[in-house]
Design a protein around this ligand. Sequence first.
Ligand SMILES: [Zn+2]
Ligand SMILES: [Zn+2]
Length: 278
Amino acid sequence: MTAESKSLSPLPYRADCHVHTRWCGHAVGEMRDYVEAAISQELTQIGFAAHMPITIPIEEKLYLSREERALYAEEIRRLREEYAGTIDVLMGGECDFAPGQESEVEAAINAYPFDYMLGAVHFIDGWGHDNPTYEQRWRSSDVAAVYRRYYELLAEAAQSGYYDIVSHFDLVKKFGCVPQSDISDAEASAADAVAEAGMAVEINTSGFDKPAREQYPSDRILTLLRERRVPICFGSDAHSPVEVARYFDQAGALAAELGWTTVARHKARERFLETLNP
Ligand SMILES: [Zn+2]
Ligand SMILES: [Zn+2]
């Protein structure tokens, strides 16, 4: 066996719940390219998680329009049929939470029969804190206060009851700005809210390729979630087909080390737990 074929040995959990496509503006590749990439990674399930069309405070083309969402749903249905028996193609979505926009969020989530919805906080009171265009603002920010506000919003998102899975739990660390004071109470409150809402959390492996240089959420937060018996799943947040299932071996090993024995899968907004290492 060559080294290359060895690297394709089956992953212990074979589902990527979080990929984008060119529809999201800032990602590349057709949906079919992601499905093909997932098959070559020996995945048995791939879930698209396009940004849902809600009003965002910036002009950039990052989210689906309502018209595109209809095409997105249609293409997923087509791919699901075409690849039936080879790989399960799921219609997920990633939807922001912002206070005051609840009715918009609710409408977006109920517009199609999604398999699951990821909840995310990409904007803190109008600031796209994880967007490189607005990264500069971190320099004049009270980092601990930003983290605290972020976790407050994340807890509110969980309490809203709209979502199945938390997207990149500690996204606020993306650019590597670390609070100088202890914010563990804010992290714990957000973890409590997520557990009480019955949500799952993805181990999002895109963080390895960002200045934060680790998965979302951190080992420390994963431990909090494990203590609260929160189910996990795995998401690459791929913005290019080559990123599908990136670092999944590392993430799977970490989950097992922290005590998880099952992985959550979602379909038609129901959750199924499967053995992490079959
Ligand atoms: Zn996101
Ligand atoms: Zn995403």
